[in-house]
Design a binder for this molecule. Structure first.
Ligand code: 5GP
Length: 364
């Protein structure tokens, strides 16, 4: 039941460009010359076609998860990266980025998401003159969407590990500049990008610098088996971890890593569709979230890249419920946990908790 689950949802792990649906991407591509300043072309109907479905000439019919008919077509990690490249080729002007931001937020809001943390890596590409102007366009989209939709918004600035140490430190510097101007919006740093690049030592040093600057941190655990790196990240203890499929020895982790995960209890952003589609998890049944739940370890249900993988937050909850038995109270607790692990202020958390509790009282 879509409304049941989504009405009080919080999304804490959503990459901006990865959240652009096929429909939105095609709209922006077709109208690249005349995306006017009014913003009226924003707010397209919710459409969950996955961009990934069209990568490498796969003409798989667009998955329509809104009707619960998601195609679980699997792709390699490499194909997933080509989907991002395909989107980046289209989002090449500040206006396109603005329109994308507002529409992505509109789509989450239409699904009754009341709190959204978007994350994105600043890019100087084509007609986007600087990384600063990239972030400014996203913040403008967030500010305008905040006025139009009942949704509280935050932004995490992403470090792309593939771009190396120098770029990563510059990204933290840029994030600090923007956060000084928009402290209520720019609250965190995300570490993501292709896990085959980068080195855990400098990534930990960058996270230390980000923390010194006052940022909350969400760090992707590697999407390839790499227990040493995962241990280094857990020892640093970011506020949240992305994915975490390979934490457990059953899926490639070591006993030492799993013990550390149990000891640290860092909330894991669980992205079921994404991890299954990219082959990290063999199936929903084999997703780490089941073990996290059984062991009472903290986790949050997230979409990761709803546009690329053709999913929605409700769909992710549905997948969780297909492998884990939860009663009403436990689902409500999951919603409240997500608020607790969010990067919202204490006052905002109180406000979100009240909305959730009121909704569940009325639904009961
Ligand atoms: P953007 O930062 O351009 O808004 O969002 C897309 C980018 O986020 C991708 O190019 C990639 O660097 C990062 N990203 C999206 N999903 C994932 C993921 O599941 N794992 C990792 N490591 N990075 C991701």
């Amino acid at each position: 039941n879509r409304g049941f689950v989504s009405v009080s949802s919080k999304e804490l792990h959503a990459h901006l460009n990865g959240s652009i649906s096929n429909h939105l991407l095609e709209h922006i591509k077709a109208n690249s010359e005349n995306l006017n300043e009014s913003g009226n072309e924003a707010f397209l109907p919710v459409d969950c076609s996955g961009v990934l479905m069209n990568v490498n000439n796969h003409s798989v019919e667009a998955a329509n998860v809104c009707n619960g008919k998601q195609s679980d077509t699997r792709r390699s990690l490499k194909e997933c990266w080509s989907a991002f490249a395909k989107i980046h080729e289209v989002i090449t002007t500040p206006r396109a980025l603005y329109v994308a931001t507002v529409n992505v937020i509109a789509e989450f809001s239409k699904e009754n998401v009341i709190y959204l943390e978007l994350r994105t890596g600043p890019k100087k590409v084509h007609n986007i003159p600087s990384k600063l102007s990239y972030v400014e366009s996203v913040v403008k989209g967030i500010t305008d969407a905040q006025k139009r939709f009942p949704i509280l918004l935050k932004l995490l600035i992403s470090i792309d590990r593939k771009k190396g140490e120098k770029d990563a430190f510059e990204t933290v510097e840029l994030a600090a500049t923007v956060a000084a101007k928009y402290p209520e919006i720019v609250v965190g740093i995300d570490v993501s990008g292709d896990p085959q690049y980068g080195n855990s030592i400098w990534i930990v040093n960058v996270m230390k610098e980000a923390r010194r600057r006052g940022f909350k941190i969400s760090c992707h655990l590697p999407e390839i088996v790499n227990p040493d790196e995962a241990i280094a990240f857990l020892e640093f203890a970011p506020e949240r971890l992305g994915h975490g499929q390979f934490l457990h020895p059953m899926y490639g982790g070591t006993a030492e890593l799993w013990e550390l995960a149990k000891q640290k209890r860092i909330p894991v952003e669980a992205c079921i569709s994404s991890n299954v589609a990219s082959g990290m998890a063999v199936s929903v049944e084999d997703h780490i979230v089941k073990i996290l739940h059984q062991e009472s370890l903290p986790y949050i249900i997230c979409t990761d890249d709803s546009g690329v993988f053709g999913t929605t937050l409700s769909n992710e909850y549905r997948k969780l419920l297909s492998v884990v038995q939860l009663n009403f109270q436990q689902i409500q607790n999951l919603c409240l946990d997500a608020v607790a692990y969010s990067f919202a202020t204490e006052g905002e958390k109180e406000y979100l908790n009240k909305i959730i509790q009121t909704w569940w009282l009325e639904a009961d």
